[in-house]
Structures are given as C-alpha cells and as structure tokens.
Design a protein around this ligand. Sequence first.
Ligand code: IPM
Ligand code: MG
Length: 351
Amino acid sequence: MKLNIALLAGDGIGPEVIDQAVKVCNAIATKFNHEINWRPALTGAAAIDAVGDPYPDETHEICATSDAVLFGAIGHPKYDNDPSAKVRPEQGLLRMRQKLGLFANVRPTFTFPSLIDKSPLKRERIEGTDLVFLRELTGGIYFGKRGREDNGDTAFDTCTYTRKEVQRLAKKGFEMALKRSKRLCCVDKANVLETSRLWRETVQAMEKDYPDVEVSYEFVDAVAMRLVQWPSEYDVLITENLFGDILTDEASVISGSMGLMPSASIGESISLYEPIHGSYPQAAGKDIANPLATVLSAAMLFDGFELNDEAEAIREVVNKSLSEGIVTEDLAEGEKAYKTSEVGDWLASHI
Ligand code: IPM
Ligand code: MG
C-alpha cells in the first residue's frame, strides 16, 4: 500500500517521540512492502513561533490531503502561565480537530503483563483491564458559546449537543463493542444535565439496532470512582468531550505510565493518531521521553487501514522491548535506562 502521512511533530518531546515512530513505521513498510511518504508540517507553539498561527492553513492543507496524520504533542509553558495570551498552542489542536472533523477520539487503556506492578493501583484490581473510551471530540463545552458578562465579572461556557452528533459517536461505540466483548457503557450526568438526557435518550433508541450489545448507563462521577476500583469490568465506554478528557487521563494511570497509551481521532474522511500524553517540556531535547505511546499510536494507524498484521507486529515488538527491559527512565526503576532514540532503534531493528 502507498500511504501519504502528514507528520505533525509539534512541541516539547513531540519531535523526539515522533522520530521513533517514523523509524518503526519505516521498518514495517520495508518488512511488509509498503511505501510511506511522510509529509512534515508545523503545528503548536512551533508554528506560532514560525508563522504566528498554531494550525496554519498550509498545515491543514497537508493534513486534509493525506491518508492519515501522525501527531506528537503540543503545548509550551510560556503560554500556560499567561491567561492573556491571544494565541495558544491548544487552539491549534482544537481547530485541527474541528476542521478535519475528528469527532471520535479512541483512547484504549490496557495493562502490560511485565509492567503490572508499576501501576500505582494494586495488581488484583487492574489485572485484565482492557477498556476503550470513545470520547466525542468536536462538540460539547469545548466548542460551545462562551464569553464574559457583567464587566468581565461573570463568565460562561455552554455545552451543546445535537442528536446527530450523539448518534455518530454512539454508532462507533456500538460497532466497537460488537468487535470486542459486546458491552457498552454510556457515561453521562443525566440526573442533572439536559445534554446528558439527550445522550441517554439517543443511545437508548439505538439499542434495538444492536440486540447483541449489552448497554449500561452510568453517571460520570460514579464512573470516575469505579474506574480505579474495578477497571477490568469496563469494555467500551462512550462519553461527551469534557467527561472524556477527564476520565481518559484518570484511566491512563492504570497502565503504569502516561508514556504508554496511544489514541486515534477518527473523522469521516481522515484520522489522526497521537499519544495521549502532553508535550512534557521539562524533558524536551533530553532524549529521555518514552516513545512507546507514539509508537503504539502508529500501530493504531495501521489498524485504521486494516493492516492488522503490521499493527500486531508493532505491538509485539513493543511487548518484547518491555519484557527485555529496553525502556526509558520512567520505567527503568533502578535498572539501565535507555534513551528515547535507543528504544526507537531497538524496536526498528527487531521488526
Ligand atoms: C487532550 C488534551 C486537550 C484536550 C488539550 C491540550 C486542549 O488534554 O487531548 O486530552 O483537552 O482535549
Ligand atoms: Mg486531556
């Protein structure tokens, strides 16, 4: 297969972890006889510095005309502590999600047998965890009307959802549940919020089309608790944008390191793959960041083209590196810590 992939390294550790994913993908391309044409483009603080815009039109053009996007991370501390900053790296991310129509954010959480004791949660609670969040990504409070009133003393953000938006996300959830253990949990706050009642009503109406899927409805506060109590009881969870943002960070703790979990953001015509971690500016340029979340995101990219053997080959080599201790300092625990680039080289050469 010939693939054009937009490559958005972004900020902080983004470029370093992206480099390793590229090495791994190129090794896969050689092994399985594919051709990958990487198309680098600017985004985030790096793009603000270069052209004053965190998601320049030129970058959008490159993404929109590629088969997929591989994304590193964005964010820079110089914007975090300046509430008056007019342009922020995160705006680029939100605009990119919206302009590319990336409405479904797939965030899996699973455990690695060799790392199970690295999790802050007890082994007996997390063993066997293999769940996936489908977070709605282009609606809700992130994109609703917001502003200030009362001379700036009152602020508001509005959460809006349409039935169609809920349906297209829920459809993905049902389809994913069918391919997994046929359990779907709709996470909402329907005891308080009108948007949540629309979510629940819409998903309930869809149940008849998927008689094999067992659907449960749970309030977000209860899920926040049960997620760390009994994560292995969940399979596919669907939820709106902000709840999903919060719960997926919580869920990432289960696996033992933020540096491990991949994600896919799926649109009607294009999808984007990125690690769930941020730009980790303290580590930028030090060659110490864990590249595995990005490498596993690349595996999801191959899955997106139904190149499942390729994806599986990546997951296999990642597991191998973990069990052989070829890991960065976040996982080394007193043993030898490998550099980001060394882990990438090892993975590529073992494919
Ligand atoms: C994420 C991030 C973003 C979000 C930020 C950086 C805008 O936290 O991808 O989860 O809130 O969606
Ligand atoms: Mg987040």
